[in-house]
Design a protein around this ligand. Structure first.
Ligand code: FES
Length: 115
């Protein structure tokens, strides 16, 4: 599996802090919606669709204990592992992120036919 990194923020255009701390937003890569969040130690990307009933996690709320709270029924998922709370028993996919000298990147697996 090959991972391709997509530039989401360009520090020259978007400034050095393009997303507020503890904020979430939805981005789109290869026609897939991904929830991008920012914690004090960096950016974290997870699936945008909540596995419970499909709400957009990009509209959710990040907490200081590294969780995102779904805006509809308030299920919670860890932003670093994707795991839901133990009683929920579900999880969301996570995606690698890199903060480089020129911007913030999110890694997305490309299929061989997309190269
Ligand atoms: S849709 Fe997210 S908790 Fe129900």
């Amino acid at each position: 599996m090959a991972i391709r990194f997509y530039k989401i923020y360009d520090f020259k255009q978007d400034g050095s802090e393009p997303q507020a701390l503890y904020s979430a937003r939805t981005i789109e890569i290869e026609n897939k919606r991904i929830c991008l969040t920012r914690l004090p130690d960096g950016y974290y990307a997870i699936d945008d669709a909540c596995p419970h009933a499909g709400a957009r996690l990009g509209l959710g709320k990040c907490t200081e204990d590294e969780m995102i709270i779904c805006p509809i029924h308030r299920y919670q998922y860890n932003l670093k592992t994707g795991r839901g709370l133990p009683k929920q028993g579900d999880y969301v996919n996570t995606y690698p992120t890199e903060t480089r000298a020129d911007g913030v990147y999110v890694g997305f697996e490309k299929k061989w036919w997309q190269f």
